[in-house]
Write a protein that binds this ligand. Structure first.
Ligand SMILES: [Fe+2]
Ligand SMILES: [Fe+2]
Length: 263
C-alpha cells in the first residue's frame, strides 16, 4: 500500500506586506501556514511515501522561500515532495527553488512512488488567475498516458469542474477530457478553491484539497469572511484509492472581512 499526503495552498510568505493587496492585512494576521500544517498532522501518525503540494505554495515567492519550503517539508516527512504551480506562484522562482524540470518550456513532471505514477499537469500561470491548461501540456499528458500504469494520479492546481465553486474553473482544451476518459487514470487531484470537494471528472475520481492558509466564504449578510480552517487529504492506495480528510476543526478562526463583496 502507498500512503500519500496531499497539501495545498500554503500561500507561504516571510512578509505578507511585501506587496500590498486587499489580502495583505488579513494574511498577516493568520497563523503561519507551516504552523497550520502541524495542527493537521496531529490527526495522523502515518509515515508517508510522498507529499503532494498542489500549488499556491508561496504568496509572492522568492527562490529562497521556495527552497525553504522544500527543505522544511523534505526534512519533516523524509519522502519526495511533489509540486505543481498555482496562480500565485512565480514559475521561475518555483522551478529554481524546488529544482523542477520543464519539457519544451512546459512545466510537466512525472514521478513514480512505489507503483503509483503522479503526473503534474500545469494550470498555474500568474497571467491567468483562473487557470489555463495548454495544448502543449495536453500533448505531454497524452504521450505519457500511452504507457499504461493502473495507479496513476494527475495533479493540477485549479479546479476543473465549472459547478464546483463560485470562482471559474480552469480553461482547458476539450481534448483533455477525452485523453483522461480513455486512460486508466485512478484519480485527478486539485487545489485552488481552498475548499474540500469530491466528484468525478472525465469519468474518474476527482478530489480537491482544502488549504493550509485561509478560506473565504460569504456570510449570511453577503460579506466575504476571511478565516482559517486548515485541511489536508490522506490517500491510501492499494487496488483502489481511499481518502481521509485531516481537518482539526477546533482551529477554525475568523480573521476579518475582505473590503468587497456585499453585493
Ligand atoms: Fe490558493
Ligand atoms: Fe490558486
Amino acid at each position: 500500500m502507498t500512503a500519500i499526503l496531499h497539501l495545498s495552498d500554503l500561500h507561504y510568505s516571510e512578509d505578507y506586506h511585501r506587496t500590498e493587496t486587499m489580502y495583505s492585512p488579513l494574511m498577516a494576521q493568520m497563523t503561519a501556514p507551516l504552523r497550520q500544517l502541524s495542527w493537521v498532522l496531529e490527526k495522523t501518525d502515518r509515515k508517508y511515501d510522498a507529499v503532494l503540494l498542489s500549488g499556491d505554495i508561496c504568496e509572492y515567492g522568492t527562490e529562497e522561500e521556495y527552497r525553504k519550503v522544500h527543505e522544511l517539508l523534505s526534512e519533516r516527512f523524509g519522502c519526495p515532495v511533489i509540486v505543481t504551480a498555482g496562480n500565485h506562484d512565480n514559475l521561475k522562482e518555483l522551478i529554481a527553488g524546488f529544482g523542477l524540470s520543464t519539457v519544451n518550456g512546459e512545466l510537466f513532471e512525472v514521478h513514480q512512488v512505489n507503483d503509483v505514477r503522479i503526473i503534474c499537469l500545469n494550470s498555474g500561470h500568474p497571467e491567468y488567475n483562473d487557470g489555463f491548461i495548454s495544448q502543449a501540456s495536453c500533448d505531454l499528458l497524452e504521450e505519457q498516458l500511452k504507457t499504461e500504469v493502473p495507479k496513476t494520479i494527475i495533479m493540477t492546481h485549479h479546479h476543473l469542474l465549472a459547478d464546483q465553486f463560485s470562482l471559474p474553473c480552469a480553461a482547458y482544451p476539450d481534448r483533455l477530457k477525452e485523453i483522461i476518459e480513455r486512460s486508466s487514470v485512478m484519480a485527478i487531484v486539485t487545489g485552488h478553491t481552498h475548499h474540500f470537494y469530491q466528484g468525478s471528472f472525465a469519468g474518474k475520481r476527482y478530489l480537491t484539497c482544502g488549504s493550509l492558509s485561509f478560506v473565504v466564504d460569504r456570510d449570511k449578510t453577503g460579506k466575504l469572511l476571511f478565516y482559517q480552517s486548515p485541511s489536508a487529504l490522506e490517500y491510501l492506495i492499494d487496488e483502489d484509492l481511499s481518502y481521509r480528510i485531516l481537518d482539526p476543526e477546533k482551529e477554525a478562526r475568523s480573521i476579518g472581512y475582505l473590503p468587497i463583496g456585499s453585493d
